[in-house]
Write a protein that binds this ligand. Sequence first.
Ligand code: SAH
Length: 253
Amino acid sequence: MGPPVLRGAWRAKVITLFPEAFPGTLGLSLTGRALDMGLWALETIDLRPFGEGKHRNVDDNPAGGGAGMVLRADIVAKALDAAAVDTPIERARWPVVYLSPRGRPFSQAMARDWAGAEGLTLLCGRFEGVDQRVLDEYAVDEVSLGDFVLTGGEIAAQALIDATVRLIPRVLGNHASTEEESFSEGLLEFPQYTRPTVWQGRAIPDVLLSGHHANISRWRKSEAERLTKERRPDLWRAYRAAHGLDPEEDQEL
Ligand code: SAH
């Protein structure tokens, strides 16, 4: 028995060979407090009991040879069926996702979409991954945390759930903080400072101590633009295009 869950609360279901990895960091700080308050719920579905034979085998050699093992389609299907017993079939209301380096890159926009759904099922791979047929048969959405290879999907699942859960109303104490941060407007966030006012000879920019809100906003916006342009030309081009400006020029801003 976990904590009480509020009616209609957002739910995550995670299919994994390592349920003990959860809630992990999701049990800490703001996401953990929200979990305790029933603002969202987390259910792990252990893949192992769906396995076959005395040892509950879930994997087998890759067809065509090669190193490693592949999670079996029939076993993964049983776990996906178990996860689906009380969830909507429409993927818009309840996305079903396989964490995979081959997936479409995860983004803040996807976190926003998912936060607006009723919940999410995440399938964590291990070894060489999952038999392709079960991904095709269940029209599973493949999503990647980035261009690198992890040992398993559990860390990626926690990252995706964290990014999504913090967008659910009331999870962050201060809701406004998700509106100004990186990616929310297509820009990286401006630099942040706090006390002491001078540290190691480095002063906080004067404007931030001026109390002049319009100037502060202007400074933050221009810093956000400068950082985005320097660090993420891809985001910068998209931002300019979204504002009706020539993506390749930057004279007007
Ligand atoms: N052989 C596969 C990698 C398997 S890694 C390939 O080359 O594509 C084992 C598991 O870790 C995967 O099934 C997946 O669930 C998870 N994983 C690894 N890298 C990931 C990433 N960048 N994003 C999300 N999940 C990842």
